[in-house]
Ligand binder design. Structure first.
Ligand code: 5GP
Ligand code: ZN
Length: 119
């Protein structure tokens, strides 16, 4: 079911080859704590299948993306996180540094809006 890229950091994390602090897991989604948190809560939700970025979401794989948002809602409820932001960076200018589709879940502080709001 899953399609992995042996050179991809997040594929290695999903496979357990690189350790991570697991937050959530099901057949299609893995979530773990960001190594450099920008807020008291900063989790990364990734598709288990290797998709490089939001540009490559299509009818074949969009169900996995829907599963990510279901997982985020589940984690939020379980951890009593009432307000949060979900971000995906797509491409270099947007700040994507790992080319495996992921969604940042950020919470626990007041957030502004604009270029520097999360830096
Ligand atoms: P991007 O910049 O691509 O939107 O987000 C990549 C995120 O992955 C960054 O927030 C960065 O801190 C996180 N990250 C990079 N390498 C690792 C790692 O080895 N482990 C974990 N847990 N997070 C990582
Ligand atoms: Zn990958």
């Amino acid at each position: 079911m899953t399609n992995q890229n042996p050179d991809c950091l997040f594929c290695k994390i999903i496979a357990g080859e690189i350790p991570s602090k697991k937050i959530y897991e099901n057949d299609e989604v893995y979530a773990f704590a960001d190594i450099q948190p920008i807020a008291p809560v900063h989790y990364l939700f990734v598709t288990k299948t290797h998709i490089c970025c939001a540009k490559k979401i299509n009818t074949e794989n969009s169900q996995s993306v829907a599963k990510i948002f279901e997982a985020i809602a589940e984690v939020a409820e379980k951890e009593n996180i009432d307000s949060y932001r979900v971000i995906t960076n797509c491409g270099e200018d947007a700040g994507q540094s790992v080319m495996h589709l992921h969604f940042h879940m950020v919470a626990g502080k007041k957030m502004g809006w604009g270029e520097q709001s999360l830096g």
